[in-house]
Design a protein around this ligand. Structure first.
Ligand code: ADP
Length: 282
């Protein structure tokens, strides 16, 4: 065994959690949080005890997606008590750092008079608290909504807690896919098994005629013009599972905006294709 380098935090399992599954994307805006929250709800719907931890510092979206707000209370052990909706426990930077852009109605970062070093310390402290001091109770799966990117923050989180597997979310666009491959490389270097890739916004299904258009497609799908190109081909090349397609669908976006993710919103619609897409990935 290697001697532990001084100064590095000890990597630990998250207390009372059986498996930690990170949902990641190398790039912002590809639908990582939307996929993460719908996956978590799909697990919860199957009777699996599930929680979701939002570690996005600058754009926490889980509070909006789950229609939750307010400061979490502390239990007798000084641990944060998760906020729950739709049977899913959640904890987010958004609950701890009220001065972030998610609270600004214009989406802009509000004027913050806190000196930048203090702000940095607050973020570090809040992150530590999120990773180590939440009373999840017994959970089968904790879905970790990672901040977008393949840099220091992801590395730090991986140095602090044991991640059992990672799901990479991408769109079919070349540029997103190239970034996703970079994300795969990051997890390999961190020794985190990649469970698979999800292709979000894979196609647009016309609500009137049902015709599917692969808007961002470039080599993927039936109209592929180059077989060794695209998300499915890349998965094969990397030896990673392709977990499925989520359509680009205005209703998915609307569900997210009103704080009732598609998996919950369409519970009564047995054959809803958009809901089924998330369930299939789960
Ligand atoms: P990320 O976490 O990667 O930054 P989000 O999950 O916040 O991305 O999604 C970005 C935006 O795209 C949100 O407005 C979300 O509602 C929308 N969106 C995500 N996935 C889909 C989809 N499959 N169809 C339509 N809109 C989507």
């Amino acid at each position: 065994s290697f001697p532990r380098r001084r100064g590095l935090p000890q990597k630990r399992a998250i207390r009372d959690v059986k498996k930690v599954v990170a949902v990641s994307s190398a790039k912002g805006g590809v639908g990582k949080s939307t996929v993460a929250v719908n996956l978590a709800l799909a697990f919860a719907r199957r009777g699996i005890k599930t929680g979701i931890l939002d570690t996005d510092i600058f754009g926490p979206s889980i509070p909006t997606l789950l229609n939750l707000s307010g400061e979490p209370r502390l239990d007798e052990n000084n641990c944060l008590v998760p906020l729950t909706n739709y049977g899913l426990k959640s904890m987010s930077m958004g609950y701890l750092l009220p001065q972030t852009q998610s609270d600004s109605p214009t989406g802009e970062v509000p004027m913050d008079t806190t000196p930048i070093t203090w702000r940095g310390l607050m973020v570090t402290k809040a992150m530590h608290q999120l990773l180590h001091s939440v009373s999840w109770g017994p959970l089968d799966i904790l879905v970790l909504d990672l901040p977008p990117g393949t840099g220091d923050v992801q590395l730090t989180i991986n140095q602090e807690v044991i991640i059992d597997g990672a799901v990479i979310v991408t769109t079919p666009q070349d540029i997103a896919l190239r970034d996703a491959v970079r994300g795969f490389g990051m997890f390999q270097r961190m020794d985190v098994p990649v469970l698979g890739m999800v292709r979000n916004m894979a196609y647009f299904a016309c609500p009137n005629c049902g015709h599917q258009t692969r808007i961002f497609s470039h080599g993927d799908g039936e109209h592929s013009h180059c077989e060794d190109h695209g998300v499915v081909a890349e998965c094969k090349r990397l030896g990673v599972d392709f977990l499925g397609d989520i359509p680009l669908d205005a209703q998915v976006c609307e569900d997210a905006d009103r704080g009732m993710p598609t998996v919950v919103a369409e519970e009564s619609a047995d054959r809803s294709a958009r809901r089924q897409a998330f369930l299939d990935v789960a």
